[in-house]
Design a protein around this ligand. Structure first.
Ligand code: N2P
Length: 361
C-alpha cells in the first residue's frame, strides 16, 4: 500500500508539479467507518496522499492523543471524550471559514455537540449513532421463541442471556459504552456517576459475565456476518454493515439492529485536528472533502451511519434516511440519552469495576 502511494506520488509529481504531490494527510479514524473509494478520489482530486490508520475505541484514541506527537492531522473522537481532551489542550481550533463545505453542517447536530465543544470551536460532526443490540435472527429463533431483541434484558438478564451463551454473545470492550447500557436497563440515568448505582450496574454485569464469549473491538462485524456471534452490544452502522455483508454472501443469516426500549446512548463522532498536527492545511482539505454533500452521502450509504451533514441528505439512499435505527424518528429519540465524560474519580471507579467484570472475578 505504501509502495503504491509512493508510485502515485511520482506520477503526480510529473503531471501536477511537486508541491501538491508532496502533501500527505495522516488520518486516524474508527475502523469500518469510510468507503475507501473516497480516499482514492480525494487523492485524485487534490493530489494529497492519505495515510489512513484505524482504532476501535475512544480509550485507545485518547491514550495516543494524551501521549502527544501522535503524528496525525485528522482524528475522530466521540464528543463526550473530546470534551476533556479539549480541556487538556489536545486540539487546535477548527476554523470553519477555511472549510467551505462546513456550510453543509446540520445545525441541530452542531447544537447537540456544543455541550461538549462550546461554539463548535474545535470540531465538526462526521457521523453520529447509537449503541444497541445486533443479532442474528435465525440463531436467536432457534434458541428462544419471541426473544426480547429490543430489550437490554437479552444481554443483562441471566436467565435469558444463558440461552445464547453457546452461539456467542459479544460485548464492546469499552466501559463508556456498556455501563450506560446497564444503568439504563436498571432504570437509572445512563449518565449516572452515583457509586451505588455504578456498583449495581457492575453486579448486574457480573451475573451475566459467564455467558459473554468475547469483549470485542471491531471483529464483531465479521463475527455477526458469518454467524460466529449471535448477539452483540455494538454500534448501529457496524451491525448494519454486518447485515449487508451476510446478504452479499447469501449465507442465510439475517442480521438486524435494535435500539433497546429501556433507552441507550446517542453519540457523535467529531472531526478534529490535533494541536501538533504536522499538516493542518491538509487536514482541513480532507475534512472539507468529506463535508462535500455528495461525498458525504457516499460515506453514509456505505457505512450505514447518520452524518452531521444536512446538505448530504438529498443524495442519501431514501431507505437509510427512513430507517429509524439510523436516523431515529421522534419516538425513538425519546429513548436516547447523551453522556458526559466521567470526572477522574468516577473514571477510576469505572475502570476498576470494568477490570473485574472482564476478568470475571
Ligand atoms: C465505526 C464505529 C464508530 C462508532 N466502526 C463509535 N463511536
Amino acid at each position: 500500500m505504501i509502495k503504491k502511494a509512493l508510485l502515485c506520488t511520482c506520477a503526480l509529481a510529473a503531471i501536477g508539479g511537486p508541491a501538491a504531490a508532496q502533501d500527505v494527510v495522516r488520518v486516524f479514524n474508527w475502523s469500518d467507518y469510510i468507503d475507501e473509494d473516497i480516499l482514492t478520489s480525494f487523492t485524485e482530486d487534490t493530489g494529497i496522499e492519505v495515510i489512513y490508520d484505524v482504532y476501535d475505541s475512544n480509550e485507545v484514541l485518547e491514550t495516543r492523543l494524551l501521549a502527544g506527537n501522535s503524528g496525525y492531522d485528522v482524528v475522530v473522537p466521540t464528543a463526550s471524550f473530546m470534551a476533556r481532551q479539549i480541556e487538556a489542550g489536545v486540539y487546535q481550533p477548527l476554523d470553519r471559514s477555511q472549510v467551505p463545505n462546513a456550510q453543509y453542517a446540520w445545525p441541530e447536530i452542531d447544537e447537540r455537540v456544543s455541550r461538549y465543544d462550546p461554539d463548535n470551536t474545535y470540531s465538526i460532526n462526521y457521523m453520529w449513532g447509537t449503541t444497541g443490540l445486533g443479532f442474528v435472527q435465525e440463531l436467536i429463533d432457534e434458541r428462544m421463541d419471541d426473544a426480547p431483541v429490543n430489550s437490554w434484558a437479552i444481554v443483562f438478564d441471566p436467565e435469558i442471556a444463558a440461552r445464547f451463551a453457546d452461539c456467542g454473545i459479544y460485548w464492546l470492550d469499552a466501559p463508556s459504552e456498556v455501563f450506560p447500557a446497564a444503568l439504563a436497563y436498571l432504570g437509572y440515568d445512563g449518565n449516572s456517576t452515583d457509586p451505588d448505582e455504578l456498583q449495581a450496574a457492575a453486579d448486574l454485569m457480573m451475573a451475566v459475565r459467564p455467558y459473554v464469549r468475547r469483549f470485542h473491538s471491531s471483529e464483531y462485524v465479521s463475527a455477526l456476518a458469518n454467524g460466529d456471534a449471535c448477539l452483540a452490544i455494538g454500534w448501529s452502522g457496524d451491525v448494519l454493515q454486518a447485515r449487508d455483508r451476510a446478504a452479499e454472501a447469501e449465507n442465510g443469516l439475517t442480521i438486524d439492529y435494535r435500539i433497546p426500549v429501556e433507552g441507550t446512548q446517542m453519540w457523535s463522532d467529531q472531526f478534529a485536528i490535533p494541536a501538533d498536527a504536522p499538516d493542518p492545511a491538509a487536514a482541513r482539505a480532507f475534512i472539507n472533502y468529506i463535508m462535500d454533500p455528495q461525498v458525504n452521502a457516499q460515506a453514509v450509504n456505505y457505512i450505514n451511519y447518520a452524518s452531521g451533514n444536512l446538505g448530504a441528505q438529498e443524495y442519501i439512499d431514501p431507505e437509510i434516511l427512513a430507517d429509524p435505527a439510523i436516523y431515529p424518528d421522534e419516538a425513538t429519540m425519546d429513548n436516547l440519552f447523551i453522556v458526559d465524560p466521567y470526572d477522574p474519580q468516577t473514571q477510576r471507579l469505572v475502570n476498576r469495576l470494568w477490570t473485574r467484570i472482564k476478568s470475571g472475578q
